[in-house]
Design a protein around this ligand. Structure first.
Ligand SMILES: [Zn+2]
Length: 186
C-alpha cells in the first residue's frame, strides 16, 4: 500500500468513527427493489405460492407493487385456495390475479413504458402478455422453477421475440432482516 493509500485509509477510518463517512453497507437499488417485491409477496394469502412484484421507472421510483390474490372484493375466505379440486370451479387458478398483473393494474403511474419489473417468480405467459402491452422493458426475477413448463417457455418465446430482457437477480446482500425492535432501539 502506498503512503497516499495509507493516509486515505486512515482518514476514512477516522471519518467512520465520527459517523460522518458514507455508510458502506446500504442496500443496492436492485436488492432494494427485489426486497420490496419479496415483502409484497408476504401479503399473499395463497397457502402454497406467495409471489410479489415491483415496477420501477427510469428515475428508480417505485410506480407499482403487487402480489397474487383474488380480485378486489372477492373474499379470501369464500373463494377457493386449492388447485386440485375435483370440481373445476373450485380451483384457484380460475380466480387468482397474479402479482405482475396486479402490479400493472394497480400502478400509480399513467404509463409503464420503459420501466423495469422485479418479480420473485418468472412471469407466466398471461402476465408476459400484459408486460409486453404495458411497455415494460426489462425483467428481474429470483426463481424460474417452472422453466420446463410450456407456459413459461411461451413467456420466453414472446419476450425473446420483442426484445424484452430478463435475467435472474443475484443479490449483493443474501439476507435482509427487518426487526421492528431495531428501530425502537436505535
Ligand atoms: Zn402470471
Amino acid at each position: 500500500m502506498s503512503e497516499n493509500d495509507k493516509e486515505l485509509t486512515e482518514a476514512t477510518e477516522s471519518l467512520k468513527t465520527l459517523h460522518i463517512a458514507k455508510r458502506q453497507d446500504y442496500l443496492q437499488w436492485d436488492d432494494y427493489f427485489m426486497a420490496t417485491a419479496i415483502l409484497s409477496a408476504k401479503r399473499s394469502k395463497d397457502p402454497v405460492t406467495q409471489v410479489g412484484a415491483c415496477i420501477v421507472d427510469k428515475h428508480n421510483r417505485i410506480v407499482a407493487i403487487g402480489y397474487n390474490g383474488f380480485p378486489r372484493d372477492c373474499s379470501d375466505d369464500i373463494f377457493p385456495w386449492t388447485k386440485n379440486a375435483d370440481d373445476a370451479l373450485e380451483n384457484k387458478k380460475l380466480y387468482v390475479v397474479h402479482a405482475e398483473a396486479n402490479a400493472i393494474l394497480n400502478s400509480n403511474s399513467t404509463s409503464l413504458v420503459g420501466t423495469r419489473l422485479y418479480t420473485t417468480l418468472f412471469p407466466c405467459n398471461e402476465c408476459t402478455k400484459l408486460i409486453i402491452q404495458s411497455g415494460i422493458r426489462s425483467i428481474f426475477y429470483i426463481s424460474d422453477k417452472y422453466a420446463e413448463k410450456s407456459v413459461y417457455q411461451a413467456s420466453k418465446r414472446m419476450l425473446n421475440s420483442v426484445g424484452i430482457s430478463y435475467r435472474q437477480h443475484v443479490p449483493v446482500k443474501k439476507q435482509i432482516v427487518i426487526d421492528f425492535d431495531d428501530i425502537l432501539n436505535e
